[in-house]
Write a protein that binds this ligand. Structure first.
Ligand SMILES: Cc1cc2nc3c(=O)[nH]c(=O)nc-3n(C[C@H](O)[C@H](O)[C@H](O)COP(=O)(O)OP(=O)(O)OC[C@H]3O[C@@H](n4cnc5c(N)ncnc54)[C@H](O)[C@@H]3O)c2cc1C
Length: 586
């Protein structure tokens, strides 16, 4: 089939908050295109609810040192501290920038940007909860994505929507393109670029109960692995405490920030027992484990004692309708409850991929081995949920939207600069071969196994064996089942043979990637013999402070197996006086 060629300075894969912020910045300097498998405003960022962190100090004293301390501690000391510092220091100016390009933040009575508390965000190095999250009711991601989309359109970004990226082109160590197919008519497109930014979001769909969009299938990480790059810390997958029971849809932590709290089946506010200071606003990994513990020990709610209740009615119907209208609607539709009168039934739900493609603090993808792990890959950048360095073993709520804009802007600027200073590198002769092979494998698949069958096998075993609580023998069981599922992909059936919106084919490609992602998560989880952040091993319940503070680096070998290596955590902040923190307020 004929392949259409396109040439740009910068090509961005993904149109969520990270991709769009990179786009609106890069487009100011160079010719920029965005490819995305959905229309940009359908990216998962649209569903972010509770807020975006920044130590503006609009409601009470705050500063970036406290924010950085919380981010490093919340990540259980696995976040790269130069990146944590960069994130927290830039946060206040990013909020002002977003506000200037049109993001309609909620306001205080005096007209300043309003802020609410969120889990793990404290003042004075853990002393008490602090109001740090800026928000637009409970539709912060919606407001952000629309604002950034408008801005990138205004800057002249070229959009290729409903283009599915199949292969990241690595030409002898330089990343210079991506092969896509247009879902609308099945045509193939090879984008040739001086720089490529990966911004494809997360992979939460690999778990049965999850709060993610259907498109969050880990394609960006899978593409990068196939192109020879690393996935840093796959085993750290965040479970959000409050997914709607039976569905998994997210009930934002802002509900607890606004005064909501959790009750077990006996009507007890159990978080007071586990985290007496910050109670229901402890970091997500802790709250999720406490909830699971309550249920396991027979103190769950409902006839089957299998969930927890989230009470919010006491803050009053007017406050709920003003600050949490979307939650009111979700609770009504999915749980059938009116949360102005009764509690919402919740369980922990898979939420966020803490790890990602390894980057330095400026968003350049890094690779290496044999003791050297920070070799910058020319022309390749990553930002947002598909990238790693800042959240360590567990991300704090509202730090992701911040990550999207901080690192989105950084990679947008740096990719544009790189494109201006460098020539277009010729594509390797067999560019697109891997992507085409994948496409052909499934376009002609007439076997017996279906998406539903394989997806259920994978998501069930991930949920049961590589979820909130993990144990060696269970993870081994999951790896065995995942290998079987990968084998089943060789006997797959794609019923639809058309080239127009062939969602059967898309599902097959996504399934292949989800299995790769799951294998990586499970194998890394088996190898990490300690408990840290979102990775909790029943058989190794303690954090290993001697050997555990290192990043897992997962590679895909040519025979399909997983190779694990480790890279030291960057513990040196950008300025020496900032960490360990001294008491100082701006
Ligand atoms: C329900 C929910 C609520 C949340 N609330 C908050 C919150 O209040 N605060 C906070 O900080 N964080 C929150 N988060 C987390 C945060 O929203 C996400 O981590 C973040 O939005 C991810 O943004 P992104 O730009 O990395 O990717 P996404 O927004 O997920 O976008 C990914 C893009 O990549 C594209 N893509 C993927 N694969 C391909 C492919 N093969 N080819 C072409 N394109 C592809 C998609 O089309 C999409 O455009 C929430 C997450 C969820 C799920």
């Amino acid at each position: 089939m004929k392949i259409q060629k396109h040439v740009y300075d910068v090509v961005i894969i993904g149109a969520g908050g990270a991709g769009l912020n990179a786009a609106q910045v890069a487009s100011q300097y160079v010719n920029t295109a965005v490819v995305a498998k959905v229309y940009p405003t359908r990216s998962h960022t649209i569903s972010a609810q509770g807020g975006i962190a920044a130590s503006l100090g609009n409601e009470e004293p705050d500063n970036w040192h406290w924010h950085m301390f919380d981010t490093v501690k919340g990540g259980d000391y696995l976040g790269d501290q130069d990146a944590c510092e960069y994130l927290c220091r830039l946060a206040p100016e990013m909020i002002v920038e977003l506000e200037h390009i049109g993001m309609p933040f909620n306001r205080t009575k005096e007209g300043k940007i309003a802020q609410r508390p969120f889990g793990g965000h404290t003042s004075n190095y853990g002393e008490k909860s602090v109001r740090r999250a800026c928000y637009v009711a409970d539709r912060t991601g919606h407001a952000m994505l629309q604002t950034l989309f408008e801005k990138s359109v205004a800057q002249g970004t070229q959009f290729y929507s409903e283009f599915y990226a199949l292969e990241l082109i690595n030409t002898d160590g330089v990343v210079n393109g991506v092969l896509c197919f247009d879902m609308k008519d099945g045509s193939l497109h090879l984008f040739h670029a001086k720089a490529v930014i990966m911004a494809t979001g997360g992979s939460g769909r690999v778990y049965m109960t999850n709060a993610n969009a259907h498109i969050n299938t880990g394609n960006g990480v899978a593409m990068s692995l196939r192109a020879g790059f690393t996935w840093s810390d796959p085993e750290f997958f965040q479970f959000h405490p409050t997914g709607i029971y039976g569905h998994g849809n997210l009930i934002t932590e802002a509900v607890r920030g606004e005064g909501g709290y959790l009750l077990n089946g006996n009507g007890e506010r159990f978080m007071e027992r586990y985290a007496p200071t910050i109670k229901d606003l402890a970091p997500r990994d802790i709250v999720s484990r406490c909830m699971a513990q309550e249920i396991l020990e027979g103190r769950g709610a409902g006839a089957n004692k299998d969930h927890i209740k989230l009470k919010i009615d006491h803050i009053g119907a007017a406050a709920i309708m003003e600050k949490l209208p979307g939650i009111h609607e979700l609770a009504h539709i999915f749980a059938g409850v009116d949360c102005t009168k009764e509690p919402i039934p919740v369980v922990p739900t898979s939420h966020y991929q803490n790890g990602g493609i390894a980057t330095n603090y400026l968003g350049s993808v890094i690779t290496g081995g044999n003791g050297v792990y920070d070799t910058v890959v020319p022309g390749f950048y990553a930002a947002g949920e598909c990238a790693a360095s800042v959240h360590g073993a567990n991300r704090l709520g509202t730090n992701s939207l911040l990550d999207l804009v901080v690192f989105g802007r950084t990679v947008g600027e740096r990719a544009a600069k790189y494109a201006k200073e460098n020539k277009l590198v010729d594509m390797k002769a067999d560019a697109g071969k891997t992507g085409l092979a994948l496409l052909n494998k499934f376009a002609n698949a007439n076997g017996k196994h279906t998406f539903n069958e394989i997806y259920t096998k994978m998501a069930t075993t991930m949920q049961a064996n590589v979820g909130v609580f993990r144990k060696g023998e269970n993870i081994e069981k999951a790896i065995k089942e995942l290998k079987e599922a990968q084998e089943m992909m060789n006997d797959f059936r794609v019923t639809d043979k058309s080239s127009v919106y062939n969602l059967d084919l898309i599902e097959a490609l996504e399934m292949e990637d989800m299995l790769l992602v799951s294998r990586m998560i499970a194998e890394s989880a088996l190898a990490r013999k300690e408990s840290r952040g979102s990775h909790y091993r029943d058989d190794y319940p303690d954090r290993d402070d001697k050997d555990g503070q290192k990043h897992t680096q997962a590679f895909l070998e040519a025979d399909g197996s997983v190779r694990l290596d480790y890279r030291p955590v960057r513990t040196k902040p950008l300025t020496v006086e900032t960490f360990p923190p001294k008491k100082r307020v701006y």
